[in-house]
Design a protein around this ligand. Structure first.
Ligand code: NAD
Length: 455
């Protein structure tokens, strides 16, 4: 595997990908290791996870440099991700014992009824590159806490980071035969589908997620999918500060170069404030520093994947052909590396791909709306269901709109946000199942019901 630096296109390192044979050996080891790992108490497993978290924080500068080098994420955002992801560890330490302990429901006379939560066994985590700490922790740390062993396949664009997870988990006391990282691209992913895992946990695109679910369906084991989105934001006419609304909306659209599953992907703005909002939005976007991701002031670095340059150019051309106006950006940067200028398209509508197809890059379409009803019907016009946001000074008005959304998450006066306290789940083409919260802790265990009776 050639690992490239998206800021230059240069090869950082060449690594040997896993093969069917190494995968099999690792799988067999995990099968064995899971037995003694599951025999530990939840508290003992959490001790290792806590140590891992401390090691990551101790080495965060080095780890951020690795993440930035292989994905192009601006260094400050790499540090933010590494620091922020630690909240998953805090969440597990606070709640895992509560949600994984036995529950006695009936204890009367000579009858007892209780539930024990047992691990699934050996699970596989096929992961994405855009927030490898956040989306990785959501799965592999919660799975380990539940007593499973884990085969972790980082994305081919975040391999070096994946190897760091393995190194520090082992250093923190998670046995080698309880966590294994395998590296490779989609071909290795395909081989994983043939192995007999006890659960398939995937983060990535709808197309790959659907393929995985279909391929492993016959095994009748849990399959969980965290997929893409086309998340809408509606800015109503009663926002108290149009400029601030524009700044927050732009951050939701462009943070991490728009490469977030819950990035704002399309914006609807009330007619009355539309022009003022657009001016403030464009001013904000034009002020973003685009450039070398190792520079601490950079807000927009290169895209992680070279092929996305053509994809975004095509979305922009399609929108312009159908009547959109370009207010900022619109093309790649004429230099080494996979840079695309932050792009704002206005006068958009749903005939344009930029309003219907996941961009996953620094491109946003903005559309004017005449009423709340029109906004709701456009927000709902999507096969995805990850998040939806409303900016308004009126909480009741916002909640009335958000109740109508068929999405796993809704936001009032915020966006592009994930918290371990509440479930993270997509509906429709955005996924299946939940990570985080009590749902995410219980996702990696199966209940066993005990009916116990004395003679
Ligand atoms: P992707 O689907 O291209 O790849 C994801 C993983 O699947 C990679 O590890 C890849 O090697 C593997 N893979 C590819 N083909 C496979 C196959 N045939 N069998 C098994 N595995 C295979 O997605 P990506 O580009 O890494 O991630 C971007 C997508 O992920 C976006 O759509 C984004 O919205 C979504 N995402 C969702 C969430 C969420 O929490 N909902 C979080 C992050 C990213």
């Amino acid at each position: 595997m050639k690992i490239k630096n998206p800021a230059t296109g240069d090869i950082i390192i060449e690594l040997k990908a896993d093969t069917a044979e190494t995968l099999k050996n690792k799988f067999n080891a995990l099968k064995e290791g899971q037995k003694s790992w599951s025999a530990l108490s939840v508290g003992e497993r959490l001790e290792c996870i806590e140590k891992f978290g401390a090691l990551v924080q101790q080495h965060k500068n080095e780890l951020a440099a690795i993440l930035t080098e292989e994905t192009g994420k601006p260094i400050q955002q790499s540090l933010n991700e590494i620091t922020g992801a630690h909240n998953r560890i805090d969440h597990l330490c606070k709640y895992a014992e509560r949600w994984l302990s036995e529950e006695v429901l009936v204890d009367s006379g000579n009858t007892r009824e209780k539930i024990a939560y047992e691990p699934l066994g050996v699970i596989v985590n096929i992961s994405a590159w855009n927030f490898p700490y956040n989306v990785g922790y959501n799965v592999f740390l919660y799975a380990l806490a539940g007593g499973n062993s884990v085969m972790y396949k980082p994305s081919e664009y975040a391999v070096l980071t994946g190897k760091q997870f393995e190194k520090y988990l082992h250093r923190a006391g998670v046995p080698e035969n309880v966590f294994q990282c395998v590296i490779g691209d989609g071909r290795l992913g395909q081989l994983l589908l043939e192995e007999d895992f006890d659960g398939y946990f995937f983060t990535g695109s709808y197309a790959t997620g659907k393929h995985i679910a279909e391929t492993v369906a016959h095994k009748l084991v849990p399959v969980q999918l965290e997929l893409g989105g086309k998340d809408p934001l509606y800015v109503t006419d009663d926002v108290p500060d149009i400029k601030q609304a524009a700044i927050n909306a732009a951050e939701g659209a462009f943070y991490n170069n728009g490469q977030s599953c819950c990035a704002v992907e399309r914006i609807y703005v009330a007619e009355r404030i539309y022009d003022e909002f657009i001016d403030a939005f464009v001013e904000e976007v034009n002020a973003y520093k685009v450039g070398n991701p190792v520079d601490p002031d950079t807000f927009i670095g290169p895209l992680t994947r070279e092929q996305q340059l053509g994809f975004l150019s095509d979305q922009v051309a399609d929108a312009l052909n159908k009547g959109a106006f370009l207010k900022a950006g619109g093309q790649s940067v004429e230099e080494k590396g996979y840079y695309f200028r932050p792009t704002v398209l206005v006068n958009c509508d749903h005939r344009m791909k930029v309003m219907t197809e996941e961009s996953f890059g620094p491109v946003i379409g903005i559309q004017k709306v005449a009423s709340d009803d029109e906004a709701v019907s456009l927000m709902k016009d999507t096969p995805y269901g990850l998040t939806a946001a409303v900016f308004s000074s009126d909480e009741q008005r916002a909640l009335n709109l958000l109740r109508k959304m068929d999405t796993g998450t809704v936001y009032w006066n915020c966006c592009d946000r994930v918290s371990p306290n509440v479930p993270w789940s997509g509906r429709k083409n955005s996924g299946l199942g939940s990570t985080l919260s009590f749902k995410g802790i219980r996702a990696f265990v199966q209940p066993k019901s005990y009916h116990l009776r004395n003679w």
